[in-house]
Unconditional design. Structure first.
Length: 134
């Protein structure tokens, strides 16, 4: 399971903690060209990540569960198998791109056309995409 949230206000540092079931993991997080990339193709990890506001975050994995809690950053999440749960920040605008090949996806609200909207791209090959907003 991966929990992703926005870093505390004023913090401009990416913070992450990942553990494998054996205590260690090969998960890799890289910060490059203003983007934060997390490769979870190793699988079987439990991670908590705090992303600075307004940054670009990318996550790619084979299988798992991803919880996106009130993101105030651009995100691109790709899973081959699993579940992504999106809990919006009520004060933020989002431009959604939701792709699901097989499974079930909740209805997401219409994308914002605001220039300040955060990009929320979620792709799951097999699984479920949940929207937990109002």
């Amino acid at each position: 399971k991966v929990v992703v949230n926005t870093a505390d206000p004023g913090k401009d540092l990416f913070d992450w903690d990942c553990k494998g079931f054996s205590g260690r993991t090969n998960a890799q997080a890289i910060e490059k060209d203003g983007r934060i990339l997390l490769d979870l193709s190793d699988g079987n990890v439990k991670c908590t990540l705090s992303i600075p506001e307004g940054r670009n975050f990318e996550l790619e994995g084979r299988a798992g569960k991803v919880l996106l809690e009130e993101p105030e950053f651009n995100l691109d999440v790709k899973l081959a198998n699993g579940k992504v749960e999106f809990i919006p920040n009520e004060g933020a605008d989002y431009a959604y791109t939701i792709k699901l090949a097989r499974g079930k996806a909740d209805q997401f609200p219409a994308s914002s056309v605001s220039a300040k909207a955060y990009r929320a791209k979620i792709e799951v090959e097999n699984g479920k995409i949940d929207y937990e907003g109002k």
